[in-house]
Ligand binder design. Structure first.
Ligand SMILES: *[C@@H]1O[C@H](CO)[C@@H](O)[C@H](O)[C@H]1NC(C)=O
Ligand SMILES: *[C@@H]1O[C@H](CO)[C@@H](O)[C@H](O)[C@H]1NC(C)=O
Ligand SMILES: *[C@@H]1O[C@H](CO)[C@@H](O)[C@H](O)[C@H]1NC(C)=O
Ligand SMILES: *[C@@H]1O[C@H](CO)[C@@H](O)[C@H](O)[C@H]1NC(C)=O
Ligand SMILES: *[C@@H]1O[C@H](CO)[C@@H](O)[C@H](O)[C@H]1NC(C)=O
Length: 178
């Protein structure tokens, strides 16, 4: 009877841990340059980029005058050289254009027509949300608690229940207050 209850509790805890480590975060729209119309040569995009946190599934928004500028995704080499031929993706549509950050990697963008040389280039480091979270110290403490739960058989069911409530509280907090 007791072992059955322990088994159920373990399954519940594993489910909760999985919930905690999967993506429970709404995608964020990042306005490149910080404004609605800030894809232009007057912005320091390096400075903008290092102050933002980009996660897989987030979106970039480029607001610009399409008659003057454009937005091209390029590779690292072409980013460094401001080379606008052989681009990977033409993001340019109407001047209020979005780009889906689908992978955990660095994405590179520039404006062609010479404006890259005036500073219109941006590199965006995209991270996996769950991996990033699990590197944080508070999470490591929680993992320590799980280990204790599994090895310490003298814990009463009261303690299990209180732990589950704490896990649930943390889960709800992480999902709805981030
Ligand atoms: C960098 O960005 C911060 C805020 O994001 C701003 O306060 C600061 O003035 C900027 N610095 C430069 C050199 O653009
Ligand atoms: C842009 O911002 C970065 C990071 O804050 C800074 O190192 C760099 O000097 C700035 N560039 C210009 C041209 O202000
Ligand atoms: C954007 O990227 C996310 C994460 O890869 C994906 O789940 C979503 O379907 C993508 N949306 C579109 C419209 O491509
Ligand atoms: C970028 O693309 C160019 C050709 O378009 C290629 O020569 C170069 O090796 C590529 N660089 C990287 C880092 O993939
Ligand atoms: C990118 O796409 C836009 C809209 O389809 C088009 O007008 C423009 O010529 C394209 N730019 C390049 C460099 O291919």
């Amino acid at each position: 009877m007791r072992s059955l209850r322990n088994g159920v509790v373990k399954v519940l805890i594993i489910l909760l841990v999985n919930l905690l480590s999967t993506e429970c975060r709404n995608p964020v729209l990042h306005r490149v340059g910080g404004g609605r119309f800030s894809w232009n040569p007057n912005i320091n995009f390096t400075n903008w980029s290092i102050h933002e946190q980009f996660y897989v599934g987030d979106w970039l928004y480029f607001g610009f005058d399409k008659l003057i500028y454009n937005v091209l995704e390029v590779n690292k080499t072409n980013y460094e050289k401001c080379e606008d031929k052989d681009f990977l993706t033409n993001v340019t549509r109407g001047g209020r254009d979005v780009f889906n950050l689908t992978d955990a990697k660095v994405f590179y963008f520039l404006s062609g027509r010479g404006f890259c040389f005036k500073g219109m280039k941006v590199a965006v480091l995209v991270k996996d949300f769950s991996e990033d979270q699990s590197l944080e110290p508070p999470h490591n403490n929680q993992h320590g608690d799980h280990d204790l739960l599994f090895t310490n058989n003298v814990f009463s069911s009261y303690h299990y229940v209180s732990h589950i409530i704490i896990f649930l509280a943390i889960f709800v907090f992480q999902c709805f207050h981030m």
